[in-house]
Design a protein around this ligand. Sequence first.
Ligand code: C2E
Ligand code: CA
Ligand code: CA
Ligand code: CA
Length: 273
Amino acid sequence: SKITGKGRVTHYDAELNSARERRLAIESQIRSGLDNGEFDVWYQPIIDARSQKMVSVEALVRWPRRPDGALAPDDFITIAETSGLIYGLGQFVLRRACQDLEPYSDLKLSVNISPAQFRDPEFEEKVASVLAMTRFPPTRLQLEVTENYVLENPERARAAINNLKMLGIAVALDDFGTGYSSIGYLRRFNFDTIKIDKSLAGLVDNDDQASALVSGTIRIASALGMTVVAEGVENEKQMKLLRLAGCDQLQGFWYSQPLPIEALKALRQQRHC
Ligand code: C2E
Ligand code: CA
Ligand code: CA
Ligand code: CA
C-alpha cells in the first residue's frame, strides 16, 4: 500500500505539473497571439422582444488562428485573467468592437469585462480613450460584469459603475441566476441592465421552478427600471415564454450564433434591419 500511495502521489504531481505546463504554454501563446493578430471578435445579435428587431450585439472574443487548434473563451479567459494578460486582451476586444460597430449607428454594443480589468484604477480612463480614438459614442456602449466583481470589492464597483455612467456608458449585470446575490442587493449598484443567464433562461420551457424564478426576476428588475435580457434562447417556445414573461431583449441561437462582422453585415442586409 505504501508503494501504491507513493505511486499515486507521483502520478498526482505529474498531473499538477502538466496542468501548470499547459497553463504556462497557453499564457505565452496568448502573449504572442496578441502580437500576431490571432484573436478575432465576433458579434451575437440581441433582439428587441416586441419588435423582433436587432437592437444590439454582444462582442465575444475568438481565437481561431491559435497554433494548436481553437480554444473556447471560457478556457483561455481564465488564464488571461490569472496572468494579467486580460488587460491587453480586454483592451484589444474593446477597441476592435468599437471600430467594427462604429458605422452601424442604430446598433448598441455590449462588451464583457473581467473583474481583473476593473481592478485597474485607470480602467474608466482607458475605456474613455478607446471611445475617443474610435469615435464610438459612449451612449451606444454597454459593459457587462458579473456579480463576482461586485462582491469582490463593492466600494470600487460602485465608484467604477458611477464613473462609467457619468461618461454615458451603460453597465449590465451578466450571468444573473448563476450566483448567490439577490436583485435587491444588486440594485444598489445602479445596473442599467440585467442579463438572465442561459443556464436559467434555457429552462423556462420545461422546468416550472426555473420558470417561476425567471418570471419573478423579470418582474422585480423591470419594476426597478432595469432592462431585462434573456440569453441562451434556443427555440421558439422559450422565445415566446420569455417574451410573455416580460423580457425586453432576447439573445440566443434561436436568432443567431455569434458572427464575424462581415456575416453580421450580410444578415442585416438580408433581414433589412
Ligand atoms: P457570456 O458572457 O455569458 O457569453 C454568452 C455565451 O453564451 C457565449 O459563449 C455565446 O456564444 C453563448 N451562447 C449564446 N447563445 C447561446 C445559446 O442559445 N445556447 C448556448 N448554449 N450558448 C449560447 P462564448 O462565446 O463561448 O463565451 C463564453 C464566455 O467567455 C462568456 O460568457 C464570457 O464570460 C467569456 N468571454 C467571451 N468573450 C469575452 C471577452 O471579450 N472578454 C471577457 N472578459 N470575457 C469574454
Ligand atoms: Ca456576457
Ligand atoms: Ca452569461
Ligand atoms: Ca459567463
